[in-house]
Ligand binder design. Structure first.
Ligand SMILES: [Zn+2]
Ligand SMILES: [Zn+2]
Length: 182
C-alpha cells in the first residue's frame, strides 16, 4: 500500500480530550488520486489546513482545502481560473456512534477521502470568468465584456432582424441562463 500523505496520528489527542492541534499539509493532486482532470494543472498542489480538537465524542476536524483551478468561461469562452476553497467540518470517532462520522483506525485519521471529495466537488467544471460576464454577441460573436473597447462590437445598437426574433425568444426559453453561443 502506498504511503498516505494525509494521515494524522491522533494518539495524543485521543489520550487527552480538550487538546487542540493545527496542521498545514500540502499534497500533489496525484496523491489524492486525481489525474488528467482538465480543471487542474498536472503539477497543482493541494493545501490542507486543519484544526483538530478532541472531545469526548471524538475528534472534530475543521479547516480548509485549497486548490488552484483553471478553465474556460462558459459564456465568453475566455480562459479563467482561481483557487477553489472548500470548508471542512468533520467528526472522527474510534467507535462510530454518529452516522456521518469517519472511523479512527489505529489512532490514525485518514483525511485523504475528505480532501479528494472536496477538490473534485468544489472546483468548478462550468465556470464563469466573473459573475456578471456578458458573454458573446449573438450576432457577431464579439466578447461583450470588451464593449467599452473601441470597435469590439456595435451590433447591439442595430435592431435585431425580425426573421430571427422568434428563434431568439425560443432560445431564451430553452437556455435562460446563457446567451446563444454564436
Ligand atoms: Zn466570461
Ligand atoms: Zn456584435
Amino acid at each position: 500500500m502506498a504511503a498516505q500523505p494525509l494521515t494524522v496520528n491522533a494518539a495524543e489527542l485521543l489520550r487527552r480530550p480538550g487538546t487542540q492541534k493545527s496542521y498545514t499539509l500540502e499534497v500533489a493532486l496525484a496523491d489524492l488520486d486525481i489525474v488528467d482532470d482538465p480543471r487542474f494543472a498536472p503539477d497543482a498542489r493541494v493545501e490542507v489546513q486543519l484544526d483538530l480538537e478532541s472531545l469526548s465524542t471524538g475528534i472534530v476536524v475543521d479547516g480548509e482545502v485549497r486548490v488552484p483551478w483553471h478553465g474556460t468561461c462558459r459564456r465568453c469562452l475566455e480562459p479563467t481560473g482561481g483557487v477553489s476553497v472548500s470548508e471542512v467540518h468533520e467528526l472522527y470517532q474510534r467507535t462510530l456512534t454518529d452516522p456521518d462520522a469517519f472511523e479512527i483506525v489505529g489512532d490514525q485519521l485518514d483525511l485523504l477521502p475528505i480532501a479528494r471529495e472536496l477538490v473534485l466537488l468544489d472546483a468548478p467544471s462550468t465556470p464563469l470568468c466573473r459573475p456578471d460576464c456578458a458573454g458573446l454577441c449573438p450576432t457577431c460573436g464579439a466578447n461583450l465584456n470588451d464593449k467599452d473597447n473601441e470597435g469590439a462590437c456595435d451590433c447591439t445598437a442595430a435592431p435585431a432582424d425580425p426573421r430571427w426574433s422568434a428563434l431568439d425568444s425560443l432560445k431564451s426559453v430553452l437556455d435562460p441562463d446563457d446567451r446563444p453561443g454564436r
